[in-house]
Design a binder for this molecule. Structure first.
Ligand code: ZN
Length: 263
């Protein structure tokens, strides 16, 4: 919920034949290098992305994709401007937990699918949002409320508002259909490991990190570990591709994910 405004990641252009190491493309007829295209300076403009994971092909994430089980669910209410950013980490959650629901937030028309789920008594949704304003203090609960929900046989749901901090505030303030639900602030000790956007502060976690923390605190430690590792693999892969480096040996997180896939 706290992804920061994106460092621009321009979608790929048609320069498929260019070499990420040099930015030079080759004339298909002669094999001779061509001078770098003009848009070489726009970072990412020539990047070839894997259709499976949407990461630069240089360090594709697909070998590390692995699913996990959790009692709690995650629903994402994503700002429309956030959906297609390749640096968005909300999609990592759905890769690991296939039951994750993703809705697009529109100010004027709430998603009917989301409204139906909010109405479903099997689920106990918690709106994940900081507790720093007095006007909704009566709705604020702690992570123990998630445990109580589990004991009572309902499925706890972490409803994550996904966007920049400004977008998240807007979603929270302008979605009256969320007003009936408890607000769960995340109190995490960890600092962000996200390297793809500049955080407002080191305590500002990105969406996948928030989900991993909540899962861990709420009793789904195994799913939290997998998501954490998958996020690390994403983070390292993407950052290396931005430096035009191929990751030579899998990181410890990547090794754990691959072992799990093989199991
Ligand atoms: Zn891939």
């Amino acid at each position: 919920m706290s992804d920061q405004p994106s460092v621009s990641d321009t979608p790929e252009s048609g320069a498929v034949a260019s070499d990420p190491a040099t930015g030079r493309s080759h004339d298909p007829a002669t094999g001779h290098p061509r001078p770098p295209r003009r848009e070489f300076k726009a970072r990412g403009s020539f990047v070839v992305r894997c259709p499976g994971c949407n990461l630069p092909e240089l360090n594709c994430l697909c070998p590390y994709r692995v699913e996990a089980q959790s009692v709690a669910r995650v629903w994402l209410l994503t700002h429309p401007l956030e959906h297609h950013k390749p640096t968005n980490t909300g999609r990592l959650i759905r890769d690991v937990l296939p039951d994750t629901q993703v809705f697009t937030w529109y100010r004027t028309a709430p998603d009917p699918g989301l409204l139906a789920l909010l109405d479903d008594p099997r689920y106990a949704p918690f709106v994940i949002f900081p507790d720093d304003q007095p006007d909704y203090a009566d709705r604020v609960v702690s992570i123990e409320a998630v445990t109580e929900t589990r004991v009572a046989g309902r499925i706890p749901v972490y409803l994550l508002l996904d966007g920049t901090w400004r977008q998240v505030r807007r979603i929270f303030r302008r979605s009256p259909y969320l007003d009936a639900f408890p607000v769960l602030p995340l109190h995490a000790r960890r600092e962000t490991r996200y390297r793809l956007r500049k955080p407002a502060s080191s305590e500002h976690l990105c969406t996948a990190e928030v989900a991993a923390e909540l899962l861990n605190q709420g009793g789904d430690a195994d799913a939290a570990r997998v998501l954490d590792d998958y996020f690390d693999a994403f983070n390292d892969s993407y950052a290396a591709s931005r430096r035009f480096e191929k990751i030579a040996a899998p990181t410890p997180a990547m090794q754990r994910l691959m072992a799990r896939r093989g199991a």
